[in-house]
Write a protein of this length. Structure first.
Length: 335
């Protein structure tokens, strides 16, 4: 994939804390309150009702540390994608007091990100800037993104969307034809993938790193791809023309089987259903998509292990697999 993840060293195992656990048990017996051990050996006190305000405060602090250390590491990196990540993450933090990459980015950061993308030949940098800036960066275009990454269906979907907005049916046809030829359909993982290479994984910071990455990934996922353009283009009423039908058949195949994200695969499957794909195949595709959603839910759910090492490793592991190989592949057993 265009946004590949560098091989990471295994996450460190937590240090043993038998003595600390015994001391905590003694304090709990005396005070009548509960304590939980965090990754790295620190302890957080719960109140008498088991409330977790202390957990939230501790997680926020760890998340802040993880963000600061990650931004410092990215700032020192020479590559353009790291520079783009710093602009986007730093601006989102300053502008919205968020630890993730929010959709609303201050205008100054927008301009800096757009200038970086304009001079870059890295399609990941261009994709990140184009999707983050939106209409506020008119100097960026879907057409240029498609020129940088012609084998990716996603920029061509944006090209089709722009052509539709200016009432240019011939350009829509051309863009959808290019979607039908694409080798893959991917976007949204480039930021998560690059941040994963720099995020701290020591026990003391690990839960904060996981929480930080979950927010970054969720904010990128919220920037949806315009797959409705393909769905509408391939609506049943438009399939009377044989060439149109053939293009849509390939579009459905690309989206349903080569997309990194479940949402795009579902759109491709819906087009395939309209084209008359066999029920058996539709059932198989739906099963893969649901398995991916279930796996993501199981990996990213926090429950009672927000500050534990095992939960943090589980969340980071799934994010790493999804960024490298897509959400469906991340859910499939390793061979």
């Amino acid at each position: 994939m265009a946004a590949s993840v560098a091989a990471a060293a295994p996450l460190p195992e937590p240090a043993a804390s038998t003595g600390a656990a015994a001391a905590a048990a003694q304090r709990q017996a005396k005070a009548g309150s509960a304590e939980i051990e965090t990754c790295g050996g620190a302890w957080v006190v719960l109140d008498g009702n088991g409330e977790t305000d202390g957990v939230s405060q501790r997680l926020d602090e760890l998340k802040r540390r993880a963000r600061e250390r990650t931004l410092a590491a990215l700032s020192a990196a020479p590559d353009e994608l790291a520079q783009a990540a710093v602009l986007l993450l730093g601006a989102a933090t300053t502008g919205s007091q968020s630890t993730g990459a929010a959709a609303a980015v201050p205008e100054q950061a927008d301009n800096a990100l757009a200038r970086l993308a304009q001079s870059s030949r890295d399609p990941r940098v261009y994709a990140l800037a184009f999707r983050a800036c939106g209409a506020s960066c008119p100097m960026l275009s879907a057409a240029q993104w498609a020129r940088l990454d012609p084998g990716n269906a996603v920029p061509w979907l944006y090209v089709a969307q722009a052509a539709l907005a200016r009432h240019d049916p011939a350009a829509v046809d051309e863009a959808m034809y290019r979607v039908s030829l694409a080798q893959r359909s991917e976007t949204g993982a480039e930021l998560t993938a690059r941040v994963l290479e720099q995020v701290p994984v020591d026990d003391a910071t690990l839960p904060g790193s996981a929480a930080f990455l979950v927010e970054v990934s969720a904010a990128q996922a919220a920037l949806t791809t315009p797959v409705t353009v393909a769905v509408d283009y391939c609506a049943a009423a438009a399939l009377l023309d044989a060439n149109h039908w053939q293009v849509c058949s390939h579009v459905a195949e690309v989206l349903a089987t080569r997309s990194a994200r479940v949402a795009e695969r579902r759109a491709g499957t819906a087009i395939g259903a309209a084209l008359g794909w066999p029920v058996e195949r539709l059932t198989e595709l739906h099963g893969e998509q649901q398995a991916a959603l279930d796996a993501a839910g199981a990996a990213l759910q926090s429950g009672s292990d927000l500050l534990g090492c095992a939960g943090a490793r589980r969340r980071l592991g799934w994010l790493r697999a999804a960024a490298a190989n897509g959400e469906v592949s991340a859910a499939q057993p390793r061979r």
